[in-house]
Design a protein around this ligand. Structure first.
Ligand code: GDP
Length: 363
């Protein structure tokens, strides 16, 4: 008898034709393609059309420290300039806890009721993106952050105040070109940054709180003098009388200051951002101010003065940057400094030789 394994059916190594296996690469996974940077034309067209994604990308470019980004950013800004300027720019300042986020949220919704678009920017020279406390952080303005007509941008990350402020000012231009007709610039009310904000807005609003004792304690005179309006927040519940008292004290204090160049007498109001009380009055005041200064020519004047100020600021900053980042200067600086410290060289001669080297190198 034939051995059964000699049968065809017994061949143990027969391989059946399998079914086709799916690819081990997830076909839905998008390949990470490095995004091509838009051209200057594409940026400008996108911004002028009001494309917020492109606006965001342009702002990122403005904030970048890379020279090639800066070069593109400057071209974009220049091309956007003719479309800018048509907005109301309001600076909003107050110490941490004064209620800026809460207030900006309701202020924003209030001004948007009349239509238009609002950009909320910030100046906080101490901020770093990686840390939590960023002015302009979307999560702090719950309603505004999901509003289709708002654009919220945190402060450019830490750097010199001048640098941070310049970037914010350039961002204002881009936002205006994108059709944002209301701009808020927020800052922490604790120092130099107010001056920077003041130099780029039409109306400077100072948020204050009613304290317990001397209301005016700790408020820098210079900051109060810059204010076109002081608003006492948290005038609600048991706090209403205290807030009114504080307002009276601020009014008295304001009388002691010289009259502002605008011809406008700064006002003091009380409100509650949390309960949305007295918010309309604040914005009636801001709009009244804008009408007033547009009428007497101060609006134009102040914007021109600001442009002039920023021109000189930019010159100073760029000259300084170019000088200190020059390779020859970098290599000589320490040595010259030592010579000055040892008394081998006068400061003036050291400075002159460094500057001569710099200018020679530029040729
Ligand atoms: P910011 O640090 O200036 O941005 O202040 P926030 O907006 O974060 O507010 C600080 C705290 O004050 C929060 O707990 C708010 O809920 C509270 N707050 C803000 N506005 C008001 C207000 O009008 N009334 C009361 N009672 N509390 C408020």
């Amino acid at each position: 008898m034939e051995h059964p394994e000699n049968n065809e059916a017994y061949k143990g190594l027969v391989v059946n034709a399998g079914i086709e296996q799916p690819s081990s690469v997830n076909p839905y996974l998008k390949r990470k393609v490095k995004k091509r940077q838009l051209s200057v034309n594409e940026f400008v067209e996108g911004i002028v059309k009001g494309d917020v994604t492109i606006l965001s990308q342009a702002v990122t470019l403005v904030e970048s420290v890379r020279p090639e980004h800066q070069a593109t950013a400057q071209e974009v800004i220049e091309r956007c300039l003719p479309y800018s300027g048509n907005s109301i720019r309001v600076g909003i300042s107050g110490v941490p806890g004064a209620g800026k986020s809460t207030s900006i949220d309701v202020f924003g919704l209030h001004v948007l009721e009349k239509g238009g678009k609002l950009a909320v920017l910030a100046i906080d020279p101490s901020s770093e993106r990686s840390k939590g406390s960023i002015l302009g952080d979307k999560t702090r303005m719950e309603q505004l952050s999901v509003h289709p007509k708002s654009f919220i941008r945190p402060s450019p990350s830490a750097g010199s105040l001048g640098g941070v402020a310049r970037k914010t000012r350039e961002t204002i231009i881009l936002c205006e070109a994108a059709g944002f007709d209301k701009i808020f610039v927020e800052t922490v009310g604790v120092g130099q940054s107010e001056t920077a904000v003041h130099s780029m807005v039409d109306f400077f609003l100072l948020i204050q709180l009613a304290g317990t004792g001397d209301e005016l304690q700790g408020i820098k005179r210079g900051i109060m003098e810059m204010a076109d309006g002081i608003v006492i927040n948290k005038a609600d519940g048991n706090n209403i009388d205290k807030a009114k008292l504080a307002a009276a004290q601020f009014r008295n204090a304001l009388h002691l200051f010289p009259a502002p160049d605008s011809g406008w007498t700064p006002r003091v109001l009380t409100y509650s951002g949390f309960y949305n009380l007295g918010v309309k009055e604040i914005w009636d005041m801001v709009y009244e101010y804008i009408d007033f200064v547009k009428g007497n020519g101060y609006f134009e004047y102040r914007r021109n003065e600001q442009s002039k100020y920023w021109m000189y600021e930019s010159i100073n900053e760029q000259l300084r940057d170019s000088f200190y980042h020059n390779a020859k200067i970098e290599s000589m600086l320490q040595e010259k400094e030592q010579q000055v410290l040892k008394g081998n060289l006068t400061s003036f001669v050291a400075a002159k030789s460094l500057l001569d080297t710099y200018f020679e190198d530029l040729k």
